[in-house]
Design a protein around this ligand. Structure first.
Ligand code: GLC
Ligand code: GLC
Length: 825
């Protein structure tokens, strides 16, 4: 069952009924100002940091889920009927409803009783505001007297404090109303240099700033008194819950339309220009007023929309494909890169599942997010790499998370997730391959943000590698620490009491648990580090990394093979995890694909055997599960993984992030059919038709789909903020379609199913546009196309000349276009 459809032409998803199984959201803004907006107009906004600079409230885990933040009401002043054009929160029936989520904007249309409303929500590029352009049309035969209400509930900045510290913050709220603008001034005394404001483009007939006055005692947002009665009280909030609520009266003749733009803004003032007049306590509102003024002009929102569209077309133009497979094209061309932008911006901080107060930017997460994003805006990827590296600890380790506003490591969670540093190597390698910018390796970067401690980025990479080598266990495999990629595999923690953290409770002393996953990741990272070192003529470092990769490979071969797949780990007591020796958790997905990616097991065919075991034991129609059998009871020595009910999250769920590793493994070992088959099992567009099962948005990946052991097998959760976005972009773009940046040029080495005649693609790479046509000479057959394991089956003709191998050499500087024909068997 569907709740809407894709409009591929406009790059929009059109939701045609408001009661989607879960709020289906969009993200507006991809710079400082971010707004989450659901298909019914709900959600919340913040500037730079979802916890520390929250503008409007969202009530976590509420019923219904999607209440809070921003509201629009219409009232027929003749009949007294009122409703929301986005359905929530009054839920009064709409005669027509459609929500179009586009790239950086959303349009929600709703009609009731002959009054049609269409609201365009967007965050204009370069601004710290959100604009809602509401166009109201009277489709009746007679004149209509309509009141339009816009409202926001301000958050008192620190979202965590706002939701918990009521003894203080029910007394701190302050507002100012001047010239129809509502300023939210809480803490704009000495501590804050910023305030929020809410206004609209037409003269208002009333306002409220006290939530209680606007809603009325014992009423909620579904029945506000002011809307019910059609009059505002002009309340001024002193403490309690400040809101911004405005009423505009529209007198519309038959067929007539009016446009009203509401603006929720954020303004920062320099310290010496906080008050006007100076030291008066009255905020300097000049900056805010100047911005607002431009939104009172006709056409401003239209121009913003046009520049948003242009920016996205330009960005997406870096990589476009025409494969003939609707689900591939739609995701690769539009939605997957779009989601990659969101995960790049937000890591795991703020979604309908991530509260924005907990997780900040993850070290491993952000490095992986970059892999799917770097081609879109390399300059921002560069800045991100330097920010992340600056949080690295002097021993090469990493804070698990950092706060986006301060860019400092989070002490509460600390470090000790022993895979973390290795992801930085992959991120830098991906950036260098995309851009050719090796100078980044020389940029001085501090350790733990300590001024004066700077050393070149290449030293940071060196210590990433050393960090693993300094922490090897009894089998010569890397010690796992608190956990590795699987945050819930807590082999040293032994969390026994309710409320103890699975990750940060003290490790049991002497922990020698080892991770086979980190071993594979290490080999992959050490090879990348070696290549980077060699490019900088640092032969000694290159050899050190290669030797280390070789010894790690030997340790894997000696101690990590279980007979038909790679083991997952050794626990605190030195017993295998992910082995036929175990009763549950006999086979885990994580190492199986990563080994092939690291080039391990390709020669002796272990990689292929491991992938066959994945297919036999872990694959379901809804994607590949994390492990089997799922744990049916809690294991102190395994940790959080066994705390989830079977089939959910890390306990045997389809943890989508890992699926692309298997797709890549399949491509590397030459199984084109297998790779694409897995790709389509979790592709959101391909799952659109079962939206009543999947339940999350059909245009973005979710972190998890419930596994076979779960009662709700096939149900997705935790949409949007997941490493799945970046890794699927890599899997489909670089390995299945095979268009892959290398240090010395663009590689084109597709591994596509026999049923595909070919495909075409355009890829901008280091300033040159590559037009790529992939064709077959014969009829193709499974396994006959080239992966790394089977070179030679792909023939490239570049600007009319056949070349050796599959890497297109870099053209003369200034070359704008290169035409590539790719011939497959
Ligand atoms: C979450 C975390 C990520 C981790 C994964 C598996 O998505 O953000 O860092 O790798 O779970 O536990
Ligand atoms: C929790 C989640 C897990 C996630 C981790 C990140 O443990 O259950 O899935 O990876 O937090 O810190």
């Amino acid at each position: 069952m569907r709740y809407g459809h894709f409009d591929d032409e406009r790059r929009e998803y059109v939701i045609t009924r408001p009661d989607t199984p879960l709020p289906w959201i969009n993200y507006l803004g991809s710079e400082d100002y971010i707004a989450l907006l659901s298909n019914t107009g709900g959600g919340y906004s913040f500037v730079r940091d979802a916890r520390l600079r929250r503008l409007i409230r969202y009530r976590y885990n509420n019923a219904p889920l999607d209440v809070g933040g921003r509201f629009l009401y219409l009232r027929d002043d003749t009949s007294g009927d009122y409703w929301n054009p986005g359905w929530q929160p009054t839920q009064r029936d709409l005669d027509e409803y459609a929500c179009r989520h586009g790239l950086g904007y959303t349009v929600i249309g709703g009609t009731r009783g002959g009054i049609r409303t269409e609201t365009t929500y967007l965050v204009p590029p370069g601004q710290t505001i959100e604009a809602w352009r509401v166009s109201v049309t009277n489709e009746r035969q007679e004149a209509a007297h309509i009141s339009l209400f816009g409202a926001v509930e301000f958050c008192l900045w620190d979202a965590q404090d706002d939701a918990t510290n009521f003894q203080r913050n029910l007394s701190i709220g302050e507002v100012l109303v001047e010239d129809d603008v509502i300023y939210h001034l809480t803490e704009y005394r000495e501590r804050r240099d910023h305030f929020a404001w809410f206004a609209c483009s037409v003269p208002v007939s009333g306002f409220d700033t006290s939530r209680e006055a606007f809603l009325g005692p014992y009423r909620g947002w579904e029945r506000p008194l002011a809307v019910d009665h059609g009059t505002m009280s002009g309340s001024i909030a002193h403490g309690w819950q400040p809101v911004g609520a405005l009423q505009a009266e529209l007198r519309l003749g038959p067929g007539q339309s009016r446009e009203v733009v509401f603006v929720l803004g954020y303004t920062e003032n320099p310290p010496d220009a906080k008050f006007d007049p100076p030291a008066s306590g009255h905020p300097d509102t000049a900056r805010a007023r100047a911005v607002l003024e431009s939104y009172r002009q006709d056409g401003r929102v239209e121009r913003d929309l046009a520049s948003l569209r242009e920016a996205w077309e330009e960005r997406l133009g870096v990589f476009q494909v025409a494969t003939g497979d609707l689900h591939v094209d739609r995701m690769v061309n539009t939605w997957n890169p779009y989601q990659c932008m969101v995960t790049f911006n937000l890591s795991r901080s703020a979604s309908m599942f991530e509260s924005g107060i907990g997780r900040g930017m993850g070290f491993r997460d952000s490095n992986q997010d970059l892999l799917g994003f770097v081609h879109l805006v390399p300059q921002r990827a560069r800045e991100r790499i330097l920010d992340i590296a600056a949080t690295q600890l002097p021993d090469g380790g990493a804070y698990h998370q950092y706060q986006p506003l301060t860019k400092r490591g989070n002490d509460d969670i600390g470090g000790g997730f022993n895979d973390d540093p290795l992801w930085l190597v992959l991120a830098v390698a991906a950036y260098a391959k995309e851009t050719g910018d090796l100078a980044i390796l020389d940029v001085p970067v501090p350790w733990d943000n300590a001024e004066g401690s700077e050393s070149p980025l290449r030293d940071h990479l060196r210590r990433c590698i050393s960090f693993t080598l300094d922490r090897l266990g009894p089998h010569g495999l890397p010690l796992i620490g608190r956990a590795d990629w699987n945050d819930c595999l807590n082999l040293n923690v032994f969390s026994e009491r309710p409320g103890d953290s699975f990750q940060t409770a003290p490790n049991r002393p002497g922990g020698v648990a080892e991770s086979v996953f980190i071993a594979a990741l290490f080999v992959l990272a050490a090879r990348e580090a070696a290549a980077l070192a060699r490019l900088r003529d640092d032969e000694a470092e290159a050899v050190r990394c290669e030797d280390a990769a070789a010894s790690m490979t030997a340790a894997i071969e000696a101690h990590a093979w279980d007979g038909a797949w790679y083991r997952r780990a050794y626990d605190y007591f030195g017993r295998p995890v992910g082995s036929t020796e175990n009763d549950e958790g006999q086979i885990f997905i994580e190492p199986q694909g990563l080994m092939a990616m690291a080039g391990v097991g390709l020669e002796d065919d272990r990689a292929r055997t491991a992938l066959a075991s994945v297919r036999a034991h872990l694959a379901t129609a809804h994607g590949i599960m994390l492990h089997q059998p799922a744990f049916t009871s809690y294991h102190l020595e395994l940790g959080e993984i066994s705390s989830y009910p079977p089939g959910y999250k890390e306990n045997g769920g389809v943890f989508c992030h890992t699926n692309p590793w298997i797709m890549i493994g399949e491509a590397i070992t030459g199984d084109a059919e297998g790779a694409l088959d897995y790709y389509l099992r979790i592709n959101p567009s391909a799952r659109e038709a079962i939206s009543e099962v999947h339940r999350c948005e059909p245009y973005v990946y979710a972190q998890m789909i419930a596994g076979r052991d779960a009662a709700s097998h096939g149900e997705a959760k935790n949409s949007w903020l997941t490493g799945t976005a970046a890794w699927n972009m890599v899997a489909i773009g670089q390995w299945i379609l095979g268009i892959r940046p290398e240090h010395h040029g663009l590689r084109v080495e597709p591994v596509i199913p026999a049923g595909w005649a070919g495909f075409s693609a355009t890829r901008r790479f280091r300033g040159t546009a590559y037009e790529i046509e992939v064709r077959r000479r014969g009829d193709g057959h499974p396994g006959a196309v080239a992966g790394t394991a089977r070179p030679g089956a792909v023939q490239l003709v570049v600007d009319g000349r056949p070349i050796e191998g599959t890497v297109i050499p870099l053209p003369e500087p200034g070359t704008s276009l290169v035409r590539v024909e790719v011939w497959l068997p």
